[in-house]
Write a protein that binds this ligand. Structure first.
Ligand SMILES: Cc1ncc(COP(=O)(O)O)c(C=O)c1O
Length: 417
């Protein structure tokens, strides 16, 4: 991909693409929901499949000329079924938020009681936050983490489920550094007569490598985005069983979406093929090893981590002992080329906009080939910056370290806009 046509037609956009590619290349992307998809995935996304309207499903479309996109979509479905061992897969959701909405539309009625993890304790907006349509259409009861362990308390989940009799329990998170025991959640669901939704968007790669419990066969429905640890295009898929297949398909189209993005579906097919390789398994396993090494390095420097560490790909730094906010810390790190995000931590005294935590993880750095040795260096560098976020010499040294690491682990050498 040399972007030569784009540079001729629209040098302004080409220039911005070049600058963003260079930002990723020259920095360290540690936002745990981000990754660097392969050039093959990027090429599929940038293809003429984008031009095709294909409302409906393979073999059942409303438009003509679907002979190739039908094959593309069926390939993506077949590969996803094989990859996850799922009886039914819908590959059309454009994003995780819409996919969760489609799941609720398929399996719930407005006003139904649902349980989800609190937003400030790791849950996603679509898990029932009042500002999201999920929290407005359904009666969400939120479960949380224990104050002492900062981990989900399954006894509390069971007690709430017993009392509230939810129609569905949503598991999975956007900022929770520990594992979800899907088998235990399923037992609670069975006792309460609830469906189990596993939103594995963040740690899906680790489910595939065996480093996190797999949601199947326990969950009735599984949703995952495809751009985080799965390292595919920005998108999502829904896995389910034969019982809910029709309702899920109808809720995606025509329930919540129009024509599917066949170019993105092609890129998902590519990503599923990549994820079936032994190399991907090794990659996803390394994400976890790197997270362990990074957490250990931060703890050794006296940094406080929510729940004391991590079992997955991400961790949350508690900035309170450092006397800084999440914004101050993440912006100081970004000034050095280390990209993280400010995030609420359990029982945060700040707000969603001005929280006292920083969320970071290892998926993108692991894609670049970095290992535990690099994580130790990065952990020490992050700790130094957070301890002295306004110290010029510290920031200059961190910038130098970042540049050396970025140069030693080159990203996208074939992309030159
Ligand atoms: C757990 C979880 N679910 C759903 C989503 C929503 O995905 P999207 O941003 O594609 O709408 C996210 C994204 O951060 C997520 O972390």
């Amino acid at each position: 991909m040399d972007y030569s046509n784009l540079r001729t037609t629209d040098p302004t956009v080409a220039d911005l693409i070049q600058k963003e590619t260079d930002r990723q290349r020259n920095g360290l992307v540690m936002i745990p929901s981000e990754n660097h998809a392969s050039v093959a995935v990027l090429e599929a996304m940038g293809s003429a499949l984008s031009n095709k309207y294909a409302e409906g499903y393979p073999g059942k479309r409303y438009y003509t000329g679907n002979q190739y996109v039908d094959q593309v979509e069926q390939l993506a479905i077949d590969r996803a079924k094989q990859l996850f061992g799922a009886p039914h897969v819908n590959v059309q959701p454009n994003a995780g938020s819409g996919a969760n909405l489609a799941i609720y539309l398929a399996l719930l009625k407005p006003g139904d009681t649902v349980m989800g993890l609190k937003l400030d304790q790791g849950g996603h907006l679509t898990h029932g936050h009042p500002v999201n349509v999920s929290g407005q259409l359904y009666r969400f009861i939120q479960y949380g983490v224990r104050k002492d362990t900062q981990r989900i308390d399954l006894d509390e989940v069971r007690a709430i489920a017993k009392k509230e009799k939810p129609k569905m329990i949503v598991t999975g998170a956007t900022a929770y550094p520990r594992i979800f025991d899907f088998k235990a959640f399923k037992e609670i669901c069975d006792e309460a007569g609830a469906l189990l939704l596993a939103d594995i968007s963040h740690f899906v790669g680790l489910c595939l490598s065996g480093d996190h419990p797999h949601p199947l066969p326990h969950a009735d429905v599984v949703m995952t985005t495809t751009h985080k640890t799965l390292r595919g295009p920005r998108s999502a898929i829904i896995l389910t069983n034969e019982k809910h297949a029709k309702a899920i398909d109808r809720a995606v189209f025509p329930g919540t979406q129009g024509g599917p993005m066949e170019h993105i579906i092609a890129a998902k097919a590519v990503c599923f093929a990549e994820a079936m390789t032994p190399e991907f398994k090794a990659y996803a396993h390394q994400i976890g090893l790197n997270a362990q090494a990074l957490a250990a390095a931060l703890l050794a420097e006296g940094i406080t981590l929510v729940s004391g560490g991590t079992d997955n790909h991400l961790m949350l730094i508690d900035c309170n002992p450092l006397g800084i906010t999440g914004r101050t810390g993440s912006e100081a790190l970004a000034a050095c080329g280390i990209y993280t995000n400010r995030n609420t931590i359990p029982f945060d005294q700040g707000s969603a906009f001005e929280p006292t935590g920083i969320r970071l993880g290892t998926p993108a750095l692991t894609t670049r080939g970095m290992g535990t040795k690099e994580m130790e260096i990065i952990g020490r560098t992050i700790a130094a910056v957070l301890k002295q976020p306004a110290d010029e010499a510290t920031l200059t040294q961190a910038q130098k370290t970042v540049r050396e690491l970025a140069d030693a682990f080159p990203l996208y050498p074939e992309l030159r806009a």
